[in-house]
Ligand binder design. Structure first.
Ligand SMILES: [Fe+2]
Ligand SMILES: [Fe+2]
Length: 182
């Protein structure tokens, strides 16, 4: 797994400017989540909540274009996945500065260092945890009782398509929305 340094540092500028989702945005997001997922969502930092809502809105806009309603039982999980895919980031407790440090650390030390760093203390531990955030997020969502596709997407959303267990069309839609490529 790679957190794509250039892409992520590009997002740094946006995260500095991120505004808190307003009440209407939050209520809209909650519509697609179970109460346990809502609690996980609300614990995310502003930047992650704003990003996740942006991804979910991108998914809805696409579904609209192809004539599918997000309320369809087969697509409901896609919205929950969009809103929770980055939820593991909050477990590391890193702010924007720390996330940049983590991303650069991975570029310098290699992704395999994440577990070593997570076993240490202080900032090094937080960096290690952050780099493992997809797995952490999947564990949080499994404990929350989420749909198995929602759990899988949190774990797999930075993996190549060949290792996805979610339906590939939905994964492509979620990945494109995550990259703001819709
Ligand atoms: Fe992510
Ligand atoms: Fe994301």
């Amino acid at each position: 797994m790679s957190l794509q340094p250039v892409h992520r540092i590009g997002r740094f500028a946006r995260s500095v400017a991120a505004r808190a989702p307003d009440t209407a945005d939050t209520e809209w997001a909650h519509r697609w989540l179970t109460s346990a997922e809502q609690r996980l969502f609300d614990r995310m930092p502003v930047v992650d909540r704003a990003h996740s809502i942006g991804v979910a809105r991108g998914v809805v806009a696409h579904l609209d274009r192809i004539g599918t309603t997000p309320d369809d039982p087969d697509t409901l999980w896609v919205l929950a996945a969009a809103l929770t895919h980055d939820v593991g980031k909050s477990a590391a407790g890193l702010g924007t500065y720390g996330r940049v440090v983590a991303t650069l650390s991975e570029a310098v030390g290699g992704a395999s260092m994440a577990r070593v760093w997570a076993a240490r203390r202080g900032m090094t531990r937080k960096v290690g945890l952050y780099l493992q955030y997809p797995e952490l997020g999947a564990e949080l969502l499994a404990v929350a009782g989420s749909d198995e596709r929602v759990v899988a997407w949190a774990a797999q959303h930075h993996e190549p398509e060949s290792s996805w267990t979610v339906p590939v069309e939905a994964g492509r839609l979620l990945a494109a929305a995550d990259d703001e490529a819709l």
